[in-house]
Design a protein around this ligand. Structure first.
Ligand SMILES: Cc1ncc(COP(=O)(O)O)c(C=O)c1O
Length: 380
């Protein structure tokens, strides 16, 4: 298919909810190729999804094997890999039980339902700049007015407070709060890292009022920051963790893991596709690969961020944000033209979330290009 074909088909038949340019047709490791055969180092990785790189052989083998045995059967039956995957996620999080979904927003919907049904309370607290998804309830807990307000009224009721503001937090949480929804690092806002002690304070305020702490680790989880969970950096254990993105190498998959005693009862939640055999096999293979590369993630992140030290980068592991400002879009476009995919998150913040498997040579190569582009466009 030529570039003209895919642009025409998209314009004629696909709802115009995205702005996009390139068509990616192939990937291997940290590289992707477009429809015209141009090669890129991928520092977007499907927005922190392709944690094991593109088409990792162990993941591909697991998908192929499972696809040849059983693709789907329904949660009416025990599902191969489901219990084993739940056990591994419980081990990783130190929590009690897992439940699966098909996306990050769906994982957050499940967390909201669990908080509603187990606390009997209706109100939520979340943070300005936070992003929790685009389904109606996850959107209700997402502050950004531009994407939320067109769909009002939404439920559950949620108050939004400044990220990192402990006074506002204590004022907002009360004995009628069902849960506080928090990203350990705000991803869509552009890798915003809260002050040290903030997550611990969220934990304490929740405990004081019998509210649940829900850590949305959809973007920060599964090794992205150099630990399985970003909450581990602060030694904080939430009541519920939500996961997706990097958990299954790009196969649609999400999960909630909740502390012992906090679980859905029979018929309280469900999904046709979630936790199917193919998804579980893919996630299990992904966990194998992440286990192998996790010890190197912090070092690689330090190297990558260190190559931008004069631009005051924010980072934990391979989750890096650099404030560029109004030229961010131009930087993103020029980087792509020179063979590096990067992404502008909110407020002119460049976000670098490459595969966890990226090599140090690829990091140096990508950083060199990004630096050249920033110098050319921003004159710094
Ligand atoms: C922190 C966070 N939560 C939830 C979501 C929603 O995930 P999904 O797009 O898989 O529904 C995202 C997506 O960017 C996210 O970054």
């Amino acid at each position: 298919m030529t570039e003209k074909n895919y642009r025409e088909l998209d314009a004629a038949y696909y709802m115009p909810a995205f702005s996009r340019d390139i068509m990616i047709t192939r990937g291997s490791g940290s590289r992707v190729w477009d429809a015209d055969g141009n090669e890129y180092i991928d520092c977007v990785a499907g927005i922190a999804v392709c944690s094991t790189g593109h088409c990792h052989p162990h993941v591909v083998e697991a998908i192929q094997k499972q696809a040849g045995e059983l693709i789907h059967c329904s949660n009416l039956y025990y599902i191969p890999g489901q219990g084993e995957l739940a056990k591994r996620l419980v081990g990783i999080t130190g929590l009690g039980k897992a439940f699966f979904s098909n996306s990050g927003a769906e994982a957050n919907e499940a967390a909201i339902k669990l908080a509603l049904v187990r606390t009997g309370r209706k109100e939520f607290v979340s943070f300005i700049g936070g992003f929790h998804g685009r389904t109606c309830s996850s959107l209700a807990c997402t502050h950004k007015p531009a994407i939320r307000e067109p769909f009002m009224p939404l439920s559950p009721p949620c108050s939004y407070i400044p990220y990192g503001d402990l006074d506002a937090l204590s004022r907002a949480v009360s004995d009628t709060t069902a849960a506080v929804f928090v990203e350990p690092i705000q991803g869509e806002s552009g890798v915003i890292i809260p002050p040290p002690g903030f997550l611990k304070a969220v934990r304490e305020v929740c405990d004081d009022h019998g509210a649940l702490m829900i850590a949305d680790e959809v973007q920060t989880g599964m090794g992205r920051t150099g630990r399985w969970l970003a909450c581990e950096h602060e030694r904080v254990v939430p009541d519920i963790v939500t996961l997706a993105k990097g958990i299954a190498s790009g196969f649609p998959f999400g999960a909630i893991v909740a502390r012992e005693g906090l679980a859905f009862g029979r018929s309280e939640h469900g999904s046709t596709f979630a936790g199917g055999p193919l998804a579980c096999a893919t996630a299990l293979a992904t966990l194998d690969v992440i286990s192998d590369v996790l010890p190197l993630v912090e070092k690689k992140g330090d190297l990558f961020a260190g190559l931008f030290s004069d631009l005051a980068p924010r980072h934990r592991g391979l989750m890096i944000g650099i404030t560029i400002g109004e030229n961010c879009g131009a930087v993103q476009k020029a980087c792509a033209e020179r063979g590096v995919l990067v992404n502008c998150a909110a407020d002119g913040n460049l976000r670098l979330v490459p595969p966890l498997t990226i090599s140090e040579d690829e990091i140096r190569l990508a950083a060199g290009t990004i630096r050249d582009v920033i110098a050319d466009i921003c004159h710094v």
